[in-house]
Design a protein around this ligand. Sequence first.
Ligand code: RB5
Length: 151
Amino acid sequence: MAVRVAVGSDHAGFRLKEMLGDHLRVSGHEVLDLGTHSEDPVDYPDYGAAVGRAVMSGSVERGVCVCGTGIGISISANKVTGVRAASVHDVTSARLARQHNDAHIACFGARVTGPEVAKDAVDVFMGTAAEGGRHRVRVEKIAAIEAEERS
Ligand code: RB5
């Protein structure tokens, strides 16, 4: 099923972000590229926030972020209220991020995960449903923490 996906990265993730965007397009998805558009140094929080906001606004259903490690950009995307951004390293973490965490956004580290593994993982992330049940209860607890912290 074709899905709208926002992609974003910093300079360290630029090349992998381009590859994953092309891969998603070839797979039939509609890709919204929120930058960056070169390897010139930029700040990963700007791109994590942009992808997080695109997901929460409803303009896209999923997001893919890339920085050097996948860590900084996932922390940043998760600061957008309601976002569940997961640091993904392989097909197993991609599958479980969807099944257990109902993650909206997969975050990759271009310095730690190779492009072929990342492409396989993004396919699994796009094609796996959330399991619900006991996992839904836990995901709702994450939202409750967020609401408590903001009150
Ligand atoms: C940039 O050098 C690097 O710090 C960034 O891409 C990321 O790995 C941060 O978490």
